[in-house]
Every structure is written in structure tokens, then in C-alpha cells.
Design a protein around this ligand. Sequence first.
Ligand code: F6P
Length: 528
Amino acid sequence: MASIESLPAWQALQGQAERAAELSINGLFAQDPHRFERFSLEVSGLLLDVSKQPVDDPIWSALLALARARNVEQQRDAMLRGATINHTEERAVLHTALRVPDGGAGWAGAQLAEQVEATRSRMAEMAAAIRAGQRTGVTGKPIRHVINIGIGGSDLGPRLVMDALAPLADGPEVHFVANVDGVELERTLSRCDPEATLALVVSKSFGTVETMANAYQVMAWLRRSVPAEDVLERQVLPVTANLARVRELGLDPDLALPMWDWVGGRYSLWSAVGFAIMLGIGPERFQALLAGAHDMDRHFAEAPLDTNAPVWLGLLSVLNGSLLNRRSQAVIPYTERLARLPAYLQQLVMESNGKSVDHESVAVAVPTAAAIWGQTGTPGQHAFFQALHQGTDVIPVDFIGVARPVAGERGDPLELTANLFAQSQALMQGRDGAEMTPARRCPGNRPSNTLLLEALTPRHLGALIALYEHRTFVEAAIWGINAFDQFGVELGKVLAADLKPTLAGADDGGSLDGSTAGLINRYRRWHR
Ligand code: F6P
């Protein structure tokens, strides 16, 4: 694959980007009364409006030409048919196969579809039995609490979905424990009746230190509190791709729900990693979540580039981040139900595309993943929006709104949505006037996307998450990087393991750098 900056399509786009930097978005609306229709599209109950981006026809054509020059469609098709596109780990990337209805064989072959379907059925049967109180804890009590022990991709997706769909939760209460500091663990255990608790140990590798440490704690708590020999067999369920390690933990691998090496951790909520979701909202709604994601998969697979929502978002992200040097992107959901979306997207985007070498192991000459951050509106408006409106950095925003409120829920949906729309309007229009002092002026011309969901149902949520997954894919395809490995997170883990004995006082850390040695000394003094 040629380096991105050597492509004529890239060079042409660079010329266009200089114009994009100067374009007045307001002016574009004045020139074209149909701009909204031209730059918005609807997929699976999601309206995507990108008309407040600095693009006109020549810029749009240059972006699409780049997508063609980078073979985005061919790269997409290779992923969907199960080619080994994760070259550094020699793996296929098939999270999309997890959402094909009834294990449909069309996408990645019959054998794989059978595995997916078998696991889905096993999950559904088990979830139904637990939710109905037929499969109980070891002492016969129905399961009323589920603790999902996992981190990163084994936590963020299920946590986001359970938060978002809380009004539909009608099963056991689902708790999440990720951090190893003990806070979530204490809080969770104090709320759970051990005889009525099922612990899910969710780890693709089954070697993640934080997850294993928390799993040991929960297992010890169960053994201590429940008077039955086989409590762990009945009340601890591993979800993993590493059955050998399950045995090492003293658990029965036959009980485990499988993960596969062709599903990356941050793309795994659709697999058995989502078992907590299925327990919380039921197999049918979990199925609807998958169906929504599959709707988006079909759209991504079938829509031409110029009406393809993930392609639009990926290209605009490249325009803003790599060409206009806007190095962070804010994600602002206008509902507390999606408060965890920015954190989820941080892992999805930054762990996938925070890379600096391309498929040929050559340094990428353009900036890759921008920093993703955000929090909900309206609270965010009273915190960091000042910088969005008047700061020196231009920060593109994704605004996310929901049109239909949850029935019976208190709140002021009109106030909320008026604020949502007003903010993207204000960012674009700015404020000026001869009588206005500079401190009061807002420069405007600040870009945003708006995503309006018809409702926050499992199906719409599935489509929304899949949209961002594919947007991330498109960015990587343009940059020519592998979105599916994450070697950068390893070094810190290795060094942490090395430092632990020094922290515990086993040696004096004499060989360490001055800063780390100084910190350890002070820690040891205060820790005692
Ligand atoms: O530390 C990064 C990471 O490997 C993520 O990619 C992954 O989602 C997370 O840790 C958890 O990994 P596992 O599911 O193997 O415990």
C-alpha cells in the first residue's frame, strides 16, 4: 500500500483543505438552500447531519476520490468476508459476523456462522433460565445480581449498553467492576447477596491483571459467604478465548462462554462479552441490539461511498484531524443515558487508530487518531463549551440527540433538544457586531456533526455503535494503518509488573530513573 502522502488524491485534497479552512459554513447555507438535504442522510432510524462541516462540492469530491484511491470499499469487503486484515496478529476481523441474524452464513462462511449461532443459543437458554429463576445460585436462591468483572473492551461496551437501556432492564441487577483500586468492588459487594449473585469473569486473554485480581476477590467472597462446596461452579461464569487459563483459576472450562480471536476486545460487546446485557434486558432485546448493528453493517457494505454514513464520518474526521490539524474531537450526547459513550469511543477510536506506522511498517506522515473526549449536554455546556465557542483551538463536535423520550420519564425534552440544536447553530454562526467588545465575540464557523436517533431502543443503539465502529475502520483504511492490534498498551503492563516488587520493598529500585525512584520512595514512606 502506497504511503498516504504519495497519493495524487491526497495531494489534491491538501489543496482543497486549504480552501476548507477558509470556507464560511454560514455562507455555504446561504448559497445552497438544499444544503441540509444534500449533506444529511437517514439510516436505521438515525439521522446524520454533516451540513455544518466545511465542505462544498469540490471538497466533497476530493474526499470521495481519496476513499476510492485508498480502496476503502475493497478493504471493507476484505474485512467482511473474513480475510486476515489484522496482519500484525495474523487474524481475521469478524465482529460483523456476530450480528448476522440466525447465524446467516452469507458473511463469513457456514462454519463460523454455526459457532456463532451455537453460542448465541447457549447464551439465550442460560439467560432465560437465570431470568426465570430456574437456574439458581447453589443454595437455591434466584439470581438477583450479576457482577461483570472485566476491563477495557470486556467492560466498556456492556456498561454503555446497560446504562443506555436501563429503562428496559427487567432481569437481575447488573454491576460492573473494572478498576483494581477496590472502590467499585466494595460498592458492588456491599449491595449483593452472595447466594443470589452470579459473577461473570470476562477476559478474552484471561490474563489481564486487574480482571484476575478482582475475580479472585469475588471468588473468595463467594467461598466465604456461601456454605456450599460447589459455589464457584454454579455462580462464576468465565467468558474467554483462553480455556487453559480458566483451568488455572480453578474453574471448569466446560462452563465457559467462548470468545474468538477474530473478535477484538473493543469490538466484542456483540459476543458472549455481552452476556451481562442479555441477563439484564433479556435475549430478545439483545437480539434487537444485534439487529440494529446488522442494519448498519448492511448499509456500510451496500451503500455507495457518497451516501454511506460511516464513510462520511470517517472522511470528515480525516479532513478535520489530518488536514486541518484539529487534534481533538468532542462527543456530546444530549441524554444521561449515553453518558458513557465518550469513554466507550475513547477506547474504540484511540486504541484502534492511535498508531503511527502503516501496514508497511513505515511512519505515517499525517496525524492519525485525534483525542476523543466529552460529556453529556447540557451539563457540558456549563463546563467546557466556553472553549468550544471562543477557545483558540477549533474542536469538531459530534452532537447526539434522541427524539422520542422514554415514556413516563420526567424531564424537559424540548429544553434539552433546543439546547442541542442551539449549540451547533451557535458554533457555526458565531456572534459579532460593531458594538460588541472582542471578549464577547464568538468567531463561529466551528464544525459539528449531529446524530439524531428516533429513540434510544436496543435497535437504534446497536446501529449507533456499529456506525462508530465502521467510522473508525474508514479512518484506518484511509491512513493505511491496522485498527485491530494494540501493542502500545503492553509496555506499561510489563513495567508495572516489574515495579511491584520494588514498591513492596523487595529492592531499593537503584537501577530506576530518578523520577520513578523518587516517587517510589515517597510512596513507600507514606504508604506505611
Ligand atoms: O489493555 C488493553 C486491552 O488488551 C484491550 O484491548 C482489551 O479490551 C482489554 O485490555 C481487556 O482485555 P481482556 O479481555 O483480554 O481482559
